[in-house]
Ligand binder design. Structure first.
Ligand code: CO
Ligand code: CO
Length: 348
């Protein structure tokens, strides 16, 4: 048993948070080999790399199913539990749904006091409660590295599903959380992060995307995804590809976390950012954008914000509502949708 005072969750893992995701390129290769399933009630399946699977149960009800888990990116077990749950619940919000039930998934080393696991699970349960869903069970295995997450099931009306395709030329792009969680967490791990940067990244990672979803559902959402392990650039790329359009994003308008650009300039870049850059290749173009800003756009986000594509009028109305809800500082209109050009995503 490791003495309790020596337990550091982040020292037990190789990669942390959504940065631990497999690279998008490698994943696409493997998924290609799976058999195809045909079912007219499967409204969103594996092909479009969307946030959740969606299955129509009846004319007015569809189930959203998601699963997300990862190794800790922070040492406080209660906060890590909250982050993992906020991140897992986010995929349901990104599909326009309401989370209903959640199941825990746990990997835990026998050499660590189970009291720490108890704290992780309590953090997760508190977030599930905040989301208005119920924790209904789970599964655990013994493993050298701790890992935690949830499978969340949500409800959505089949006509009101938000997909990562459907962005239309003329739309505005709206992002609801500042970028930089991977970079700031790398700075934390290196012992270089300021107290304010630490506070900010924890606030953002534990924040549910619930309020953003509730404000957005009063408007006509053309497309939505949450920005997580693949970073803004690659999630934008998926949206652009699925919609057969080009997304033009102004880096000067991007909301970024306290100190994140400085840490990026210092080279505190998580490995996942390089994988995302390699995957994007020439599909993402830069006109010209400083290298460290590109790193911010490839930075894997843990429990990141929602990226919406909506009409200009709806974007203005949503920004006003976000400001009235006290979220104005976190959200921004970051660009626009254009007809398809050579690159799917252009940063300028
Ligand atoms: Co997602
Ligand atoms: Co996910």
């Amino acid at each position: 048993m490791i003495p309790d005072e020596e337990v550091r969750l982040t020292d037990m893992v190789h990669t942390a948070g959504c940065a631990a995701k497999l690279g998008p390129g490698m994943l696409a290769e493997v998924l290609k080999t799976l058999p195809r399933f045909a079912d007219e009630n499967l409204l969103v399946g594996i092909e479009t790399s969307d946030d959740g699977a969606i299955y129509r149960v009846s004319e007015d009800l569809a189930l959203i199913q998601t699963l997300d888990f990862f190794p800790p990116m922070m040492d406080d077990p209660y906060l890590f539990g909250q982050v993992a749950a906020a991140n897992a619940l986010s995929d349901v919000y990104a599909c326009g749904g309401e989370p209903k039930t959640a199941l825990n998934i746990v990997a835990w080393p026998n050499c660590v006091n189970p009291r720490f696991l108890g704290e992780i699970l309590r953090g997760g349960a508190d977030k599930v409660k905040e989301a208005g869903a119920v924790l209904a069970g789970g599964h655990s295995i013994q493993d050298d590295e701790p890992k935690y997450g949830l499978s969340v099931t949500g409800f959505v009306h089949p006509d009101k599903i938000w997909k990562n395709c459907g962005a239309r030329p003329g739309d505005r792009l709206l992002l609801t959380k500042p970028l930089g969680t991977g970079i700031v967490n790398t700075a934390v791990k290196a012992g270089l992060a300021s107290d304010e940067a630490k506070r900010e990244v924890v606030r953002l990672m534990t924040m549910l995307n619930r309020k953003a979803k509730q404000i957005a559902e009063t408007r006509a959402i053309h497309s939505c995804t949450d920005v997580t392990g693949f970073g803004l650039a690659c999630h934008a790329l998926e949206m652009a590809r699925g919609s057969d359009v080009t997304l033009r994003i102004q880096t000067a308008k991007l909301p970024v976390q306290e100190m994140a650009p400085e840490y990026a300039r210092m080279g505190l870049i998580p490995e996942g950012a390089y994988r995302n850059r390699a995957f994007a290749g020439a599909e993402v173009s830069w006109e010209p954008v400083a290298e460290y800003w590109q790193d911010l756009c490839f930075d894997p986000q843990t429990s990141g914000g929602l990226l919406f594509s909506v009409s200009a009028a709806d974007a203005d109305a949503m920004m006003e509502a976000f400001e009235n809800a006290g979220m104005g500082r976190d959200c921004a209109v970051i660009g626009a949708v254009e007809t398809r050009q050579e690159a799917f995503v252009c940063f300028e």
